[in-house]
Design a protein around this ligand. Structure first.
Ligand SMILES: C[S@@+](CC[C@H](N)C(=O)[O-])C[C@H]1O[C@@H](n2cnc3c(N)ncnc32)[C@H](O)[C@@H]1O
Length: 244
């Protein structure tokens, strides 16, 4: 796995490099030394320094308020949430506050540095219902059908289909996948427009994994949210169930 930057990287260089980050960087700005947004997503090369500079930027709270999202999708105390590509925990920690001690949030990421960062934050904040999980693009080490809600926030445009398969595997029948992503239009921040998916493209990509769209709405000025459900298996008539 390629490490792009660490905390020792000079501030000016880091800020230049972060210019096109998927989190908040200016759309379209490029640097030859930095892998493309898509490459970096697939390599899981987000570092701690990236997370602090980009994913924890206070401006994000106003443009994509996670608490507003969780209210809007009616996340409940006791729910089990899997945040795939959780980064620094921007959506996962507010989810843990909502689901409370009877619920659980798995903050899944391919970046060991970010999994460790989330672990430290959970310990420091005494957030006992949040579990950081290190994954690979092909495998999330969590058992099948545990989740009421899976979230993909700012990641669908850069993750392989195998990761989406894993997110769907973790959903219980009737569970919902919440996809938050950048609108495919120029915005003052975010990944290059050519890497983004329209709502229609995201719907096509996720219904191809067997999910059924149930809702969509805007979250702040730059993001849309698409909610899909994992279908429940059809109920067999009683006489067929007891046939043997
Ligand atoms: C743009 S950040 C988004 C973080 C967080 N969802 C947010 O909105 O603040 C993308 C995150 O996805 C992770 N990632 C990239 N590819 C992944 C994959 N295949 N499976 C899980 N996480 C992945 C990266 O390490 C990074 O933390």
């Amino acid at each position: 796995m390629r490490k792009v930057r660490t905390a020792s990287v000079g501030t000016a260089r880091r800020h230049r490099a972060l210019g096109h980050r998927s989190g908040t960087g200016r759309s379209g700005t490029r640097s030859r030394k930095v892998p493309s947004d898509h490459q970096r997503m697939q390599e899981g090369s987000w570092s701690r320094a990236d997370a602090v500079a980009v994913l924890d930027s206070p401006a994000r709270l106003s443009s994509q308020d996670p608490s507003r999202l969780w209210r809007r999708v009616d996340l409940k105390p006791g729910d089990i949430v899997v945040d795939v590509g959780a980064g620094s925990g921007f959506y996962a920690f507010p989810a843990a506050a909502v689901v409370g001690p009877g619920g659980r949030v798995y903050a899944v990421d391919v970046s060991p540095e970010l999994v460790e960062l989330v672990r430290e934050r959970a310990v420091k904040g005494k957030v006992r219902n949040l579990e950081p999980v290190l994954s690979t693009p092909k495998r999330i080490p969590i058992e099948d059908a545990v989740a009421d809600v899976a979230i993909l926030a700012n990641v669908l445009h850069g993750i392989p289909s195998t990761t989406v398969d894993e997110a769907v595997r973790l959903l219980r029948p009737g569970g919902r996948l919440v996809n938050v992503d950048w609108k495919k239009e120029p915005t003052p921040e975010g990944p290059p427009v050519r890497h983004r998916l329209t709502l229609r493209e995201a719907t096509a990509a996720l219904t191809a994994h067997g999910l059924t769209p149930v809702d969509s709405f805007e979250l702040g000025p730059y993001h849309y949210v698409l909610v899909l459900e994992r279908p429940r298996p059809p109920r067999l008539p009683g006489h067929l169930v007891s046939a043997e």
